[in-house]
Design a protein around this ligand. Structure first.
Ligand code: LR7
Ligand code: MN
Length: 580
């Protein structure tokens, strides 16, 4: 890619909410660059020729060199030694992404074709689709992941639909994102760069970007994405059809270490949440499958992951954009999801729109603000259900979260529906815990002082089947948060969704964690317990009682099923505390 002379046009930009955000903006609307144009397909028929003309991207991808690393989304495995190995490791610890590998891949690589074959048959009336501005914010992103995102948008989006790409630098401090980036971008059509003058966090950075856009639709992307063929049309088409639809692409995984593109043409997953307000993925529920007439119809989703979606610009404003009291990272995705549904919109995933996202090994920067952001979401949208969240996250109730009166006024003004309505109509599959007084919190042994039920759930592997143990009570919820449902007789481990249930085994005497039954289905008999007023926890199937047992050899403690007695080791009590 040639770097052309810089033709920038500085311009002051005022943040819509009157904050002291002044950005420096590079506009390069000229066409330049010696990008090679290739025609790989056979000569099209006449009718298609018109279509092909309209589909023409801003830039064509350079000719395919299928031998080059990572082409077509293939995994890259370098057997590095010595200095190179060290460099690779350093790049991982700095970015939590293997940037050493990323740097070796083409910024223009192609992806494998992974969409549902039916998607290819969808026809769009390009002239009548709304235009879009793609907004990408970044904070200290590596060069190659950022620019691969930009090129991928330019090369995968029809020129007539893409108004511009607006990049927002959220006050990064790395040298490559300063002058070198400006120089590089000035050689690209339709790309604008704007800089925040302090760290704004992704919410305000996105709003800063949105405030200068000119397209009809805002499309947000993270700064380490790659767009699949045909990613944009379905989003815009759906919004044209229903201007109150907020539409997400299917998010495919780009592996942080190998850059393999892991997508598939099967049914995509949709978003949910658990009662700690953690975003979760789910398969499409039956009732939604029934509602859809075709595998290429949109899928309604209770929540979104947050980073990748398209929304009509004026509808975004109508809905109150974002909660500008949210800092850095986290919480805004659930807040926005609740708001979209409760205030009359719909949130959908389009199975024909695929975008890859590099999921880092772990968080590359501090995300400590996420808690306050989640509390803001809970306070504004969850009504009395916020208590379920606070029970499971004892720190949350004590967190200072600022002022939300403006957001509550917005809710009032828009006449938004209740959280109860949202749960019943939009997310009927979620388990709503009962949280009856004295039946949630840590489940503490009476005989074995200060030991509580504990389950170590490996969230990445979504492991079930492990043994429930006893561990020193810590009172912080999380691994020690259990809830007894009187209705079902189930002991829920409520930090995971779909919920974990404690299950007793007659033979081994173990209590293990299993996936709970689906909502509305009969309770399996080995899930059933009776919590008696005297603290005895009786397991119905085995007719035994739960006893605190110490395994001296292993120095471990377990709740186990033993014949009932009046031992204090068979007495349990729920305790709920708040700690600072
Ligand atoms: O202070 C910041 N300023 C920023 O501009 C922090 C971040 N950012 C940028 C950042 O450079 C990136 O482009 O904001 C974007 C999102 O940050 P990431 O990539 O660190 O977030 P993530 O991918 O780990 O997290 C997901 O959840 C976030 C909750 O706040 C945001 O909604 C992200 O956009 C979202 N990403 C996705 O939905 C992609 C799929 C991941 C999943 C699930
Ligand atoms: Mn991301």
């Amino acid at each position: 890619m040639a770097i052309c002379g810089r033709r920038s046009q500085p311009k002051l930009v005022y943040f819509i909410f009157g904050v002291t955000l002044v950005g420096y903006l590079i506009l390069s609307k000229h066409s330049s660059g010696d990008v090679s144009v290739t025609h790989e397909r056979e000569a099209p028929t006449e009718r298609e020729a018109g279509d092909d003309e309209l589909k023409k991207p801003v830039y064509q991808k350079p000719p395919l060199d299928s031998n080059s690393l990572g082409e077509l989304g293939r995994a890259v495995k370098l057997n590095l030694k010595g200095e190179a190995k060290k460099e690779e490791e350093e790049s991982i610890s700095k970015h939590q992404i293997n940037i050493y590998v990323s740097d070796k891949l083409s910024l223009h690589r192609r992806l494998p074709e992974i969409w549902n074959p039916l998607c290819k048959d969808l026809k769009y009336d390009y002239r009548s689709l709304p235009t879009t501005s793609v907004v990408i914010t970044f904070y200290n992103e590596a060069w190659s992941t950022l620019l691969r995102t930009v090129h991928s948008v330019l090369e995968m989006s029809p020129d007539i639909l893409l108004k511009e790409v607006v990049l927002v630098d959220d006050y990064s401090d790395r040298a490559h994102l300063k002058e070198p980036l400006e120089r590089y971008l000035s050689g690209l059509k339709k790309v604008r760069l704007i800089r925040a003058t302090k760290r704004e966090g992704l919410v305000r950075a996105r709003l800063l970007g949105a405030s200068i856009t000119e397209g009809d639709v805002l499309t947000f992307l993270d700064c380490h994405c790659e767009c699949h063929e045909g990613w944009l049309e379905p989003l815009l088409h759906r919004i044209k059809e229903d201007p109150s639809a907020v539409v997400c692409p299917v998010i495919d995984v780009i592996h942080w270490n190998t850059f393999e593109y892991l997508g598939n043409s099967g049914e995509p997953q949709i978003g949910g949440f658990d009662w700690r307000l953690v975003f979760t993925w789910h398969t499409v529920p039956e009732n939604e499958q029934k509602r859809r007439r075709s595998p290429v119809d949109v899928i309604r989703s209770p929540t979104m992951a947050g980073g990748l979606f398209a929304i009509k610009k004026n509808y975004f404003h109508y809905l109150g954009t974002y909660d500008t009291g949210m800092e850095v990272w986290g919480g805004e995705n659930l807040e926005f999801s609740f708001r979209i549904w409760q205030c009359g919109g719909s949130l959908e995933v389009h199975p024909c729109s695929h975008v890859g996202h590099v999921f880092p090994k772990k968080a590359p920067y501090s995300r400590s603000k996420a808690l306050a952001n989640s509390v803001r979401a809970a306070e504004v949208w969850m009504d009395e259900y916020k208590e379920l969240y606070y029970h499971r996250n004892t720190h949350a109730r004590l967190e200072t979260f600022g002022d939300v009166t403006e957001r509550l006024k917005l809710k009032e003004r828009l006449g938004c529906k209740s959280f109860k309505w949202y749960l019943e109509n939009i997310y009927p599959d979620i388990n709503v815990p009962e949280d009856r007084p004295g039946m949630y919190g840590m489940l503490k042994s009476q005989g074995m002082a200060d030991y509580c039920f504990d389950y170590n759930h490996d969230e990445d592997k979504e492991t079930f089947g492990g043994r429930v143990t006893l561990y020193l009570c810590h009172g912080m919820g999380q691994n020690q948060f259990f809830e007894y449902s009187e209705t079902d007789g189930e002991l829920h481990f409520n930090t995971i969704e779909p919920g974990g249930c404690v299950v007793g085994d007659n033979v081994s005497a173990y209590l293990t964690m299993q996936l709970c039954k689906k909502k509305g289905k009969p309770v399996p008999v080995d899930h059933k317990f009776v919590l008696r007023p005297d603290g005895v926890l009786y397991h119905v199937a085995s007719q035994k009682c739960v006893q605190a047992v110490e395994n001296k050899k292993e120095e471990k403690r377990f709740p186990s099923l033993l014949p009932c007695s009046d031992s204090p080791y068979q007495k349990w009590v729920f305790e709920h505390r708040s700690y600072r």
